[in-house]
Design a protein around this ligand. Structure first.
Ligand code: SF4
Length: 314
């Protein structure tokens, strides 16, 4: 284990937003962390949430218009964000500063839904990146890969993911073989009941198709290491301070949260006010003000570790 002095997001975007739009989902997997609190969705509750998200999107657009940043990446997470008409919500982000949209989806929607979303992004010069999570309790590998084959080439960046555990090694091997045949980037995200580091040792978390490097970590001894995904460094045994639940040891480090990175939970920014205290202030997007420079972290561990940069010295 080594102490790190810097974590740098290598994506070419100068501003990142992670927006948790919902905790609602159209399936309920037994291994989901929200399984006990599952809520069945219906058209009314989806529509009500969607109307509210349209308003939030307008507030996000206004916030972005005021920033000095022009190359913005919007990462939409859930729950399952495709329960909504995403085109309708995203149409409210009228600024042309958003250049990349990322989503994770369980691939339960018709292929046409994703194709129309890709066309919408394409018409606005936005690059669309989708990670399709395979939840084997609800979709067979045959059906999953039938859809992946229809979508391949129609989405700028397509990644396949399987939530794996020790009990389904055959499924993992089958999934990997099919990804290799399709020539897509993939990863296996270990079931949170399992130990990711162990899963990595078993060789389950690698893809022969390579991705653009995503993070660069600089260690106190001056050495550096590149990671392709956030999961890779969060689960790396080399990094001192990563905890089982993907917390990073951050006490005293400078962080770019609320400077060029924001994490929004539904309609509130989980960020810092200008006093720089903590990261658990929930501030409505419409009232939120960005910091004018990175500030020191006041926590020992980061519990919302996302895509912000971290560094020992300013
Ligand atoms: S807790 Fe807040 S300030 Fe600390 S690293 Fe995480 S996001 Fe940054």
């Amino acid at each position: 284990m080594k102490e790190f002095v810097k974590i740098k997001d290598l994506t070419p975007n100068d501003f990142n937003i992670k927006w948790r739009m919902t905790n609602l989902c159209n399936i309920h997997c037994s291994y989901c962390i929200r399984y006990k609190h599952r809520v069945d969705i219906n058209d009314t509750c989806v529509k009500e949430n969607e109307d509210k998200l349209c308003e939030v999107a307008r507030d996000i657009s206004k916030l972005l218009e005021k920033t000095k940043f022009n190359n913005i990446r919007l990462n939409l997470i859930g729950g399952e964000v495709t329960i909504f008409d995403l085109k309708r919500i995203l149409a409210n982000i009228t600024t042309d500063k958003v250049k990349v949209i990322n989503i994770t989806s369980n691939l339960m929607r018709d292929v046409q839904y994703y194709i129309e979303l890709a066309d919408f992004c394409y018409s606005r010069n936005i690059k669309l990146s989708i990670c399709f999570s395979c939840h084997y309790e609800f979709i067979t590998l045959d059906k999953y890969f039938e859809k992946i084959n229809q979508l391949k080439g129609k989405i700028d960046c397509l990644t396949c993911e399987l939530v794996s555990n020790d009990k389904n090694q055959e499924l993992c091997k089958d999934f990997i073989a099919r990804c290799e045949k399709c020539d897509v980037y993939y990863f296996l995200d270990a079931d949170i009941r399992q130990n990711q580091a162990e899963a990595r040792e078993k060789g389950l978390l690698t893809s022969s198709k390579k991705k653009e490097p995503r993070y660069k970590v600089t260690f106190a001894d001056g050495t550096e290491k590149i990671f392709e995904t956030r999961n890779q460094f969060l689960t790396s045994k080399e990094i001192k301070g990563t905890k089982g639940l993907k917390f990073i040891q951050t006490g005293g480090m400078y962080c770019t949260n609320s400077y060029n990175y924001i994490y929004i939970e539904f309609d509130k920014v989980n960020g810092r006010s200008s006093s720089g205290s903590g990261c658990h202030e929930l501030i409505p997007v419409k009232d939120f003000k960005l910091l004018d420079k990175p500030a020191k972290c006041n926590s020992d561990y980061c519990t919302i570790c996302g895509h912000m940069d971290l560094f020992k010295e300013l």
